[in-house]
Design a protein. Sequence first.
Length: 182
Amino acid sequence: MFKVNLLSNKKAFERFVLLQFTIVMMCILIFYKVAYTYTHIIEQNILLNVVYGIVGFSILYFIHEFIHNMMFRLLSKGQKPAYQLQYGLLTTHMPNVYFKKWQYLTIMLAPLVIITLILFIVFSNFAFSSIIFMMSFHVGYCVFDLYFLKGVFNSEVKYIEDTTEGIVYYTQAPMQVQTDFK
């Protein structure tokens, strides 16, 4: 068993936010380059791009957490997740419920896949440059989810518990899980 908690270490969290910012900037550049290759972008000035991007991401943030909520409920057979507000972030957790690797991978990747696909469809119909900023901000935020997936790819990990204190990776089935899955 090992535990990952990014939010408990302030220095590590600050470095991670810097990484997210870097990824957002890279995504803006890459998405612009790809978009120019396939379509004509309706340009807005940089201020509107940033303002619409932040406002759009604020809405996407709650949709993102809603998708996590629905996936937690679906894969935990209807149990309600817990919420935590830390560093200004509202996060969804499911303490005392143990997920298999594929379940946790699905829960963490669902918002990235669903929201990015929806934004791609919207952008293909309305090619406003601010949508590129919304998509980039969302991908940057999803790096947070991807960070927690690093333990899923460890061959020793069997079950994952998403607690309010962090992610707990189990190399053996906890007692409660052993009775549930037999």
